[in-house]
Design a protein around this ligand. Structure first.
Ligand code: TLP
Length: 346
């Protein structure tokens, strides 16, 4: 990497093995279903998540929106965490393009909605109310330090969903981080949801793309929605080839990113002027804050880090930062960040 970039795991470059596979990839027209590499990736993704079929999409946002528009329609309601990515950071897509009304609920420090509150949010069968159709979940939970939510939560939400004939879509942008952190098969999580999309282009390092998985019938309908959204790609095998490497060889190593995140969090906790709860860091996302006595703003700290050491961090508000570990930032980079930050705040 040309810089030390802790802003996100979306910044990851494809690995040399990915670039080689991309150059060699067999391709066809995927809108005709004729790209062998895309077909291979979709089958592999479905097998990994324990679903019947997969659909390669351009981004995590497109995977979620495609799923939401396949599950629900105009005037329907979707129950969602108030700090979930699908609610907060996807440009209001479900409302803008689907006429779907989100019903945002508070989440606890791990990103869980209260299960009883979810059940109470389901509309009664009364023409005054939107028809509740969908529950949107997320794992790992980005806004809460990428917390890896346990299968028991999904099971509890599933029970509510079944009682009220609701579908569940999982935004699994970092699904494999959640499974690796808990040392469980990913299917322990995905068996409780109707559809799941996960990103190839975050910690798994592929340059582009996500895969949406579900039943064959669901994916057939989703394929039409993806076309509506302009996401029918053609010789997308060059991208899918990197995704196949991501799924075959980049999952287990996510535990290194989690270890590095924990080392970073513990190091930050030792720097005077930084407030952080390192025990909350279970995957690769770290939020931390400036103590009240620090005279600088988060933006000023971010700019100084760039100038001094070409280290990039996100300022999430005037006192708060986000750092994300990934394949291209290891222990030397973590140590350099800790040393430089300690110097700046001294
Ligand atoms: N998240 C990005 C930003 O949008 C915040 C990041 O840097 O973390 N679900 C979750 C949980 C995500 O974190 C993201 C991306 C997405 C979906 C959307 O993925 P893309 O960026 O591929 O559309």
């Amino acid at each position: 990497m040309d810089k030390i970039d802790f802003r996100s795991d979306t910044v990851t470059w494809p690995t040399p093995a990915m670039r080689e596979a991309m150059a060699r990839a067999q391709v066809g027209d995927d809108v005709y279903g004729e790209d062998p590499t895309v077909n291979e990736l979709e089958a592999l993704a479905a097998a990994k998540t324990g679903k019947e079929a997969g659909l390669f999409v351009a981004s995590g946002t497109m995977g979620n929106l495609t799923a939401i528009l396949t599950h629900a329609g105009r005037g329907d309601q979707a129950i969602v965490g108030e700090d979930a990515h699908t609610y907060r950071y996807e440009a209001g897509g479900m409302a803008a393009l689907g006429g779907i009304m989100p019903c945002p609920l508070p989440t606890d420090e791990t990103g869980q909605m209260d299960v009883a509150a979810v059940e109470s949010a389901v509309s009664p069968n009364d023409p005054h109310f939107p028809h509740t159709r969908l529950i949107l979940l997320e794992n790992s939970y980005g806004a809460k330090n990428g917390y890896p939510l346990p299968p028991t939560y999904f099971q509890a939400i599933r029970t509510v969903a079944e009682r009220h004939q609701l579908s569940i879509h999982l935004d699994g942008a970092r699904l494999f981080n959640a499974a690796v952190a808990q040392n469980i098969p990913v299917t322990e999580i995905t068996r409780h949801v109707d559809s799941v999309s996960f990103c190839l282009s975050k910690g798994l390092c592929a340059p582009v793309g996500s895969v949406l998985c579900g039943t064959a019938e669901f994916i057939q309908r989703a394929r039409r929605i993806r076309k509506i959204l302009g996401g029918g790609m053609r010789q997308a095998g060059v991208l899918a080839a990197a995704g196949i490497i991501a799924l075959n060889s980049m999952i287990e190593r996510l535990s290194d990113d989690h270890t590095n995140a924990r080392i970073l969090a513990e190091g930050l906790a030792r720097i005077p002027g930084i407030i952080i709860q390192p025990e909350r860091v279970k995957t690769n996302i770290i939020f931390f804050e400036l103590a009240a006595e620090v005279p600088m703003t988060a933006d000023e700290v971010v700019n100084t880090l760039r100038q001094k050491a070409n280290i990039w961090l996100s300022a999430t508000n005037s006192r708060q930062f986000r750092a994300v570990t990934h394949y291209w930032v290891g222990q030397p980079e973590v140590n350099l960040l800790l040393e430089t930050l300690a110097e700046i705040l001294r």
